[in-house]
Design a protein around this ligand. Structure first.
Ligand code: SF4
Ligand code: SF4
Length: 281
């Protein structure tokens, strides 16, 4: 049976999804519900409620014979009215693609990229698909990076690591209460992955968001991560930005970007603890 996975979008050339120029492939579906998510429409699978069918201004959405909402990319004018309409943190604009179809897209950009990054949503929900995709992309001489929320048990099923070049791992919060509030998911597996991926030399980068006015929690996370990774991988310290964050959560987290000087303090803290590859964006 042909393996299929729901692709939310493919960015042919990205310079923010890992080193150098990469094709970034975003899959639909995530097991977290991060309050600060910039793409909440990637969290859930569409339940075909039909709300967006009514609001699409160009009739690019319709029901098929099975009662599923289908998207006509030729008619779509990318106005995102459907995304704004959806109350389920979903999007009707996904394509169920085979490995071969994704590889064909990668082949178009192959001469100009160093590799691919799979992201989401949470791409490891489609682990078997990724393994086959990476095998094919490797044949093109390209690198494969996994952008992950850390929920997948890489130690229990390391097959994907064997065909990939590394993981870019989000460690959003170490304080238990703060973590549970922020992402709605237990952090045990994330912290286990942090140590395991480092041990097997597959941790390319860790990412932590610095929230405004959350000194204690920011410091706890940066200290914890820095003490573990030291200089063995990159540490991306990300300033919280409200753009794309759901309005109700902007009230709780802040409707302004974390001040650069404030975030820079945490880069310096990381450096002082030996995480010399920490940097700010
Ligand atoms: S973005 Fe959504 S609402 Fe807008 S034209 Fe495309 S399918 Fe319709
Ligand atoms: S994308 Fe959202 S609004 Fe549209 S049919 Fe699916 S669940 Fe309903």
């Amino acid at each position: 049976m042909t393996l299929l996975a729901p692709v939310n979008k493919i960015i042919p050339f990205s310079n923010v999804d890992g080193p150098s120029n990469r094709t970034a492939i975003f899959f639909q579906g995530c097991c977290f519900n991060c309050l600060f998510c910039h793409n909440p429409e990637t969290i859930n699978m569409c339940i075909s409620c039909g709300d967006c069918v009514k609001t699409c201004p160009v009739q690019a959405l319709s029901f098929n014979e099975q009662g599923k909402v289908v998207w006509d990319s030729n008619k779509c004018v990318q106005c995102d009215t459907c995304i704004k309409t959806c109350q389920h943190n979903s999007s009707p604009k996904i394509k169920w693609m085979s490995v071969d179809e994704v590889v064909q897209e990668v082949k178009r950009t192959a001469p100009y990229i160093e590799g691919i990054t799979t992201s989401g949503g949470e791409c490891t929900l489609w682990n078997d698909f990724l393994i086959e995709l990476y095998k094919e992309v490797k044949l093109l001489g390209k690198t494969c990076l996994i952008d992950s929320n850390g929920s997948f048990d890489f130690e229990k099923d390391p097959r994907i690591l064997e065909v990939s070049d590394g993981v870019m791992l989000d460690v959003k919060a170490v304080g238990e209460k703060w973590n549970n509030y922020l992402i709605g998911y237990d952090r045990t597996m994330i912290l286990k992955n942090l140590e395991y991926l480092l041990k097997v030399d597959k941790l390319y980068e860790v990412r932590t968001i610095i929230f405004p006015n959350r000194d204690k929690e920011n410091e706890k996370t940066v200290r914890y991560v820095s003490n573990i990774i030291k200089d063995k991988c990159f540490y991306k310290i990300i300033r919280y930005r409200p753009f794309g964050v759901r309005e109700e959560y902007q009230e709780a987290l802040g409707d302004f970007t974390t001040d650069e000087d404030y975030a820079q303090k945490y880069v310096e803290l990381a450096h002082s603890l030996g995480a010399t590859k920490a940097y700010i964006i």
